[in-house]
Structure formats: structure tokens, C-alpha cells
Write a protein that binds this ligand. Sequence first.
Ligand code: FES
Length: 141
Amino acid sequence: MNNVDYNANILDHFKNPRNMGELKNADAEATVGNPSCGDVMKIMIKVSNNKIENIKFQTMGCAAAIATSSMATELAKRKTLDEAEKITNKDVSLALGKLPPIKEHCSNLAADALKKAIANYKKNYNESPKLPNKGDSLNMI
Ligand code: FES
């Protein structure tokens, strides 16, 4: 692993990632990439009663990117949307027991993807104008 000094917690989340995979019937998702290294992370969320009922990730990236994805999903699970969107990259890093400085930027992917997925959910479900019911007539000019 290129002489990066990962602690046991990071290695555990890398080797045994939590919540990895595809979430069927997700309510929202977001994909973010790190242009400097090319790593990509996708987060999918299922929301019930304004809480993150289920969350999954798919990450193509370094050990830190996978460990931070795993930890970010663990931190967000069962939180309200408002609580989960406050999770920062620093929270993710600290929960893992602090990333090596050279890998701190990797935690940005997880926090950013989480925030974007929540923003997409809010955009889709809270702020969109009510669509007409099936059978309603549309007034088109
Ligand atoms: S090196 Fe790309 S996210 Fe870690």
C-alpha cells in the first residue's frame, strides 16, 4: 500500500467494508469523483420518515476512499436527513481514527457524495412541484 501508515480501524473498513454494493430502489443517489486521482464514489440512499433507512456505496478508489465510504455510510445510517447532511469529511476521518495526512483528501469523496445524495433527495421529493395525478388534464397551450 505504498508505505501509507493506516491504523487498524481503517484497514478493517477497507478489508470489510460496511454497506458496500447496490441499493435497489434507492430514493436518491449521487456520484462524485476526485479529479486528481480519478477515484469515483457513488452513494445511494433509501429514506423513510425523513431518516436514512438504508444506504449503500460503490467506490472505485484507494484503500482510504473505500474505508471512508464505509465509515460515512455507517455514520449516516438511521440519521435524519438534516443530521446526516452535517457529517463532514473531518467527522469521517476522526471516526476512522484519523487518516494519514497524505490521505485526508480521500474523506472528501464520502462526505461530498453523501451531501449530494441528500440534496438530490430533497430536490426530488421536497421541492419539486406536485406532478399531476394520472388522469389529470394538462393545460397546454
Ligand atoms: S487517492 Fe483518490 S480518493 Fe484516495
